[in-house]
Ligand binder design. Structure first.
Ligand SMILES: [Ca+2]
Ligand SMILES: [Ca+2]
Ligand SMILES: [Ca+2]
Ligand SMILES: [Ca+2]
Length: 464
């Protein structure tokens, strides 16, 4: 380094001399309070006086350099040369006693490469020039150069230039950070800027939310949408975190769309829901019964209306109302055909003394009963019994007429009684008249007589 300085000392000694002369010219008594660089205004002396930078500035010269104050500036000189005779100006000696520092007096402030400046280049401040980053105005003052405006900055294209007094700064815009001298986009998504969904874009980012959420005003967090406010459900709505649920009133079920409630067809569930017929209704169902019945309090069974009890019949006062399952009938007053005579309101008799009654049943008793259609078989449906017992007599019970379909038979249950048995199902509605005969036989006195029970059976239309 020192060798290089020696190498051009001759050629630059003339510039050094010129610079020193320039400094001396500038050392004029100050007329104001502003002084050029390197001088400070002294109020007592009323002039600008040189500042001893070697005393006032800390670490002016670095390394093995020593500071030498100059009028309006200072020099950094290697300590090894400092003890040699100092001959600042004058005729050029053939061998200057101390190294040429003319570089420091360069009349233009060309920023030196820091690597070559440190540690040994002398630094000098000139009063005649403006500092780096300033430019001299016509009135002699120094104005800051706006490097950004004049496009004389060295910020790379990814950076923005920010002008400062005497310099400028290269910075990154918001959303970028400096990596390896380049402004690179910040991937905000990697750092959890968004609560749910994040999309990184150059210089920025945008947050969004999963379905069922909306972005909060902070543009980062999400909050649950209360979907129920828009009444999306046919019936009930439950808001949930991120979604909602619909439910339906009793008798309805949720359709596949999750929001619509559709009626349940309860009637399709079972054939046995109603005894007779099921009618589906929105949200429910009802059982109906055929005419002559009413729906029992259980809501599904059919109960016969007893028209005779309720008075809801058309029988005359002379008639007798007979109720049966699903209907009723009006029985005309008993009429006994001669030679029978009426012995009670339901019995005719043919007197034994009357020759016309020979070979005819002694009595005819009229009885009525009802029978459900399709009743399970065999079933004991009627009992008959001898009321008068003759000593030595025995009794035969038989169906004399009306059993053309052979649905019935008579089963003797004792010497004096028998039961009418239904052996085949009968489908109603039907009216069956059976003559049930009881034959009395007494071989001792050689007696044979009979009595009839004329049984009218009202078979209902329905099996209930
Ligand atoms: Ca980004
Ligand atoms: Ca929700
Ligand atoms: Ca229903
Ligand atoms: Ca009835």
């Amino acid at each position: 380094m020192l060798f290089e300085i020696r190498g051009f000392r001759f050629c630059s000694s003339a510039r050094m001399l010129a610079a020193l002369l320039f400094i001396l010219l500038c050392v004029q008594p100050g007329h104001g309070q502003t002084c050029t660089e390197g001088f400070a205004y002294d109020r007592r002396a009323r002039q600008c006086i040189d500042v001893d930078e070697c005393r006032t500035l800390p670490d002016v010269c670095r390394g093995d350099m020593r500071c030498v104050n100059q009028n309006g500036g200072y020099l950094c000189i290697p300590r090894s040369l400092y003890n040699q005779p100092y001959r600042p100006a004058g005729p050029l000696p053939p061998e200057p006693a101390y190294p040429d520092s003319s570089v420091g007096f360069s009349d233009t402030f060309v920023p030196a490469d820091p690597r070559s400046v440190e540690p040994s280049y002398p630094r000098v401040r000139s009063t005649a020039q403006c500092l780096l980053g300033y430019t001299a105005a016509e009135d002699g003052s120094c104005n800051d150069i706006d490097e950004c405006e004049t496009n004389s900055h060295h910020c790379n294209p990814t950076q923005v230039c920010i002008n400062t007094l005497g310099g400028y700064t290269c910075s990154c815009t918001e959303g970028y950070w400096l990596i390896g001298g380049q402004c690179q986009d910040i991937d905000e998504c990697r750092y959890g800027y968004c609560q749910q969904l994040c999309a990184n874009v150059p210089g920025s980012y945008s947050c969004s939310c999963n379905p069922g959420f909306i972005l909060n005003p902070d543009s980062r967090t999400c909050q649950d949408v209360d979907e129920c406010e828009d009444e999306p459900c046919s019936h009930g709505c439950f808001n949930t975190y991120g979604s909602f649920m619909c439910n339906c009133d009793e008798g309805f079920e949720l359709a596949s769309d999750g929001t619509t409630c559709i009626d349940l067809d309860e009637c399709s569930f079972s054939e046995f829901l109603c005894q007779h017929r099921c009618v589906n209704t929105p949200g429910s169902f009802s059982c109906i019964c055929p005419p002559g019945y009413y729906v029992y309090e259980d809501g599904r069974s059919c109960e016969d209306s007893n028209e005779c009890d309720t008075g809801n019949n058309t029988c005359t006062t002379a008639q007798v109302c007979f109720n049966f399952q699903g209907g009723y009938t009006c029985l005309d007053p008993l009429q006994c055909h001669p030679p029978y005579i009426e012995v009670s309101d339901n019995q005719c008799m043919c007197s034994a003394e009357n020759p016309a009654c020979r070979d005819k049943p002694f009595t005819i008793l009229y009885r009525h009963m009802d029978l459900s259609s399709g009743r399970s078989v065999p079933a004991d449906i009627f009992q008959m019994q001898a009321t008068t017992r003759y000593p030595g007599a025995f009794y035969i019970f038989q169906i004399k007429s009306g059993n053309d379909g052979r649905e019935f038979y008579m089963r003797q249950t004792s010497n004096v009684s028998a039961t009418l048995v239904l052996s085949r199902p009968i489908k109603g509605p039907k009216e069956v008249v059976l003559d049930l005969e009881m034959v009395t036989v007494n071989n001792v006195i050689n007696f044979r007589g009979s009595s009839i029970i004329r049984l009218t059976i009202f078979v209902s239309e329905h099996p209930f």
